[in-house]
Design a protein around this ligand. Sequence first.
Ligand SMILES: Nc1nc2c(ncn2[C@@H]2O[C@H](COP(=O)(O)OP(=O)(O)OP(=O)(O)O)[C@@H](O)[C@H]2O)c(=O)[nH]1
Ligand SMILES: [Mg+2]
Length: 440
Amino acid sequence: MVLEKLGSSIYDALKKIFGASVIDENVVRELIRDLQRALLQADVNVKLVLDLSKRVEERALKEELPPGIPRKEHVIKVVYEEIARLLGEKPAPLDIKPGKRNVFMLVGVQGSGKTTTAAKLARFLQKRGFKTALICADTFRAGALAQLSQLAAQINVPIYGDDKEKNPIKIALDGLKEFKNYEVVIIDTAGRHKDEKSLIEEMKAMQEAIKPDEVIMVIDGTIGQQAAAQAKAFHEATPLGSIIVTKLDGSARGGGALSAVAATGAPIKFIGVGEKIDDLEVFDPPRFVGRLLGMGDLKGLIERVREAELKVPEKKVKAMLSGKFTLSDMYEQIEAMRSMGPFSRILKMLPGLGYEVPEEIVNVAEERLKKWRVIIQSMTPEERENPQIINASRIRRIARGSGTSEKDVKDLLNQYMLMRRMMKTLRRRGLQMFFKKGKL
Ligand SMILES: Nc1nc2c(ncn2[C@@H]2O[C@H](COP(=O)(O)OP(=O)(O)OP(=O)(O)O)[C@@H](O)[C@H]2O)c(=O)[nH]1
Ligand SMILES: [Mg+2]
């Protein structure tokens, strides 16, 4: 999927920042060129890209560093924030008032994904405990009612429709009468029309007659930057409560559609990421960008690293990075990690590692950490400092002493080797910033 490609090319650009020994104007310029290339390839509008470049350049070099934050971390944070800004503010969640009926009307051009999205949304709300129903008010498309009925049956949501009635407003009003006691009613409308103008006219008439609580526009994400014009045209005719951008699973132009729609100021609340009924996601730009860049929650990481700051003395960290990494160090690491949360989460939060952490390390479960702790406790100080002296008979003794099996002990020793190797790699990659000043 292209959004992932966008993520990995931005990630490649950021990797250069990690590798740089100093962050100066040249490094930032190069970063910006890489970012521009990545965003333009994802079809983001040129003007938006230039605006972003200007802001990144200014903030990266001129903004005062918060105390204790190295320039590198700051630059990464700036890039993250500016891309999140490009995709829009975090929208308010769907406003569902309890104790009354909430009516949502889906509009959009032919084939944008209205019918599919109506069912996905019904599913989403039903799962959250709302008594939900669907109305098919599409009298243009042959088989529209059958299509929605089939989807509704899959999720066991009641549906109202009338194949013989030609007036969509009447169908919608009749349906609403039928679903008086429901908390959420979702109305699917027609997309097929001679032209967009007459479609917009009809949607306006429907909106005035039905008075839905929110009009939701469904836009096909594969149309790229054209999405902006479409959103604008509908938004001007009937103020849109929100927008759902669909087909972001396969689109080569997903970045274009998302950024273009965000620029119109109409809030994107959900994105469609597949044909199946559960393929609907709440759209949250910061989270989306984090996932896109494979860097997870950067702010959370920085905070947690700070919290763990006192746990490992500077001397030890320096020794570890200079190549000496003993089982005692591993023990301290385990303790520090335990206080920060699961291993995999911490590793995912390290920017630049998200893509490359070996599976074996990510999969280390809490249970194993606990076991390793007692195993290391059962060793002599000598064994902890020089793990290479641990032979078969020592393994047997340690297993007995810690109430574990020999396999567990070997397991730990293997993991130790793996971590030692990783420490070396980290050092090479220039991620020392996280280990500086006794952090982590
Ligand atoms: N891959 C993918 N396909 C989608 C998504 N949403 C909808 N589709 C597909 O897009 C096609 C059109 O979807 P519909 O829901 O029928 O679109 P519509 O807007 O109701 O179309 P009309 O009623 O003719 O105006 C279908 O084949 C859907 O399966 C999505 O998020 N991802
Ligand atoms: Mg339809």
